[in-house]
Design a protein around this ligand. Structure first.
Ligand SMILES: [Fe+2]
Length: 194
C-alpha cells in the first residue's frame, strides 16, 4: 500500500519535476522489511564496512569512529558498545545490502541513469543521548523512508513525529534534524539529485 507523502512543498526546475515525482513514487511504494537484528547481522560481515562507510556521533555531535581495525575495517564489538549506549550511527551507501534494497536501486537506476546514494541512520534509542546531527541543510533534495521506529524531527521550525509508512521529503536548503529518538529506529535517506 502506498504511504502518505509527508511534504509536497519541494520545488525543482520544471524539467526535473516529473523525474523527482517518479523517484518519490518508486521509493514510497517500494517495500523494505529489515529489522534491528538483521542490520546488526549485516554489520558483522567482515570487510563490508571499511572506514568512512560507518560513522557514529558522540554526545557533542562529533564523529566517533575509533572502532576500526588496523586493516581499516569495522570492529563490530567496539562499535556495538557505542550502539548499546544509544549513540546514533550513519551507514553509507547501503543499497547493495539486501535483495529489497538492490531492487530499489535497480528501479531508480531506470529513471536516474546511475547508482543512487542512500544511507541508513540507526540508533537503539535513548532518552538522554543525542538523537542525530545538529540542525543543518543540504543543497539537494533528500527523501527519507523510515523503516522501523518512530522519532521526532525538526523540519524548518516545526516538530513532527515521523513513523514508518510515511515518506518525508526535505527540499534543498530546508533546516532539519532528528531531535528525539527513544526507541530502536532505522531510516533510509536517499539523494536522487546527484
Ligand atoms: Fe541531513
Amino acid at each position: 500500500m502506498a504511504s502518505q507523502v509527508e511534504e509536497e512543498g519541494y520545488s525543482l526546475a520544471p524539467d526535473d519535476q516529473e523525474y523527482f515525482k517518479e523517484c518519490v513514487a518508486i521509493i514510497d511504494e517500494h517495500q523494505i522489511d529489515i529489522d534491528e537484528e538483521q542490520v546488526l547481522e549485516l554489520l558483522q560481515i567482515t570487510m563490508r564496512w571499511p572506514e568512512e562507510s560507518l560513522q557514529t556521533l558522540n554526545h557533542c555531535g562529533m564523529v566517533s569512529n575509533d572502532y576500526f581495525t588496523n586493516s581499516g575495517f569495522l570492529n563490530y564489538e567496539k562499535w556495538k558498545r557505542l550502539y548499546d549506549y544509544g549513540f546514533p550511527s550513519q551507514l553509507h551507501n547501503v543499497l547493495d545490502l539486501t535483495p529489497q534494497l538492490r531492487s530499489l536501486n535497480d528501479k531508480l537506476y531506470e529513471v536516474k541513469g546511475s547508482h543512487t546514494c542512500a544511507n541508513f541512520y540507526m540508533s537503539k534509542g535513548s532518552k538522554t543521548r543525542r538523537a542525530s546531527f545538529n540542525p543543518h541543510h543540504h543543497d539537494y533534495h533528500v527523501i527519507v523512508k523510515p523503516i522501523y521506529g518512530k522519532c521526532n524531527w525538526l523540519i524548518g521550525e516545526d516538530m513532527r513525529e515521523i513513523v514508518p509508512g510515511h515518506i518525508l521529503i526535505l527540499p534543498a536548503y530546508t533546516p532539519h534534524a532528528v531531535l528525539q529518538s527513544e526507541e530502536p529506529r532505522l531510516s533510509l535517506t536517499l539523494n536522487v539529485s546527484s
